[in-house]
Design a binder for this molecule. Sequence first.
Ligand SMILES: Nc1ncnc2c1ncn2[C@@H]1O[C@H](COP(=O)(O)OP(=O)(O)OP(=O)(O)O)[C@@H](O)[C@H]1O
Ligand SMILES: [Mg+2]
Length: 150
Amino acid sequence: MHIEAIRLKNFKVFRDVHLREIPKLSVIVGANGSGKTTFFEVFGFLRDCLSGNVRQALDGRGRFKEVVSRGCEAENILIEIQYRMPIAQVSRLVTYSVEIGQDQGRPIVRRERLRYKRSAYGAPFHFLTSRTAAAMPSPTKKISTNPMKS
Ligand SMILES: Nc1ncnc2c1ncn2[C@@H]1O[C@H](COP(=O)(O)OP(=O)(O)OP(=O)(O)O)[C@@H](O)[C@H]1O
Ligand SMILES: [Mg+2]
């Protein structure tokens, strides 16, 4: 699997970044405090969210207030990863995204999506779309039975 792009919003020092066209071999260089370690923390955070749940992943990192960018506590954390993998023998660009917010002091998964592009111009195919009731403008269209747990 080759991660081609990463978008982060309100994840610690990363208020709003979008890395595209990430080469297969990358070297991360930056001044002290610029976010090198934080960048790699994203993967551990996602692993903990998916193997346990979001609350546990946040608790292990000082809770939501320490993980969300300072001053953005009322906003959601967004993590979006695009990677290429074969689906039915065709290499597809898959996008996984999760938005995590807080509701009455409790962390919640506001939206989680997994989709891939069938062609350069076509609408993406959604494997999974899940929204919490609090974040839903209309009745939920839930495709997956296994979304990330708050
Ligand atoms: N919730 C947060 N919101 C905003 N900034 C944060 C948050 N948590 C940590 N930071 C900032 O992120 C920076 C630390 O980033 P990080 O440790 O990833 O940098 P680094 O490039 O690995 O630095 P070094 O070269 O010293 O290892 C610090 O400036 C810290 O103040
Ligand atoms: Mg570091």
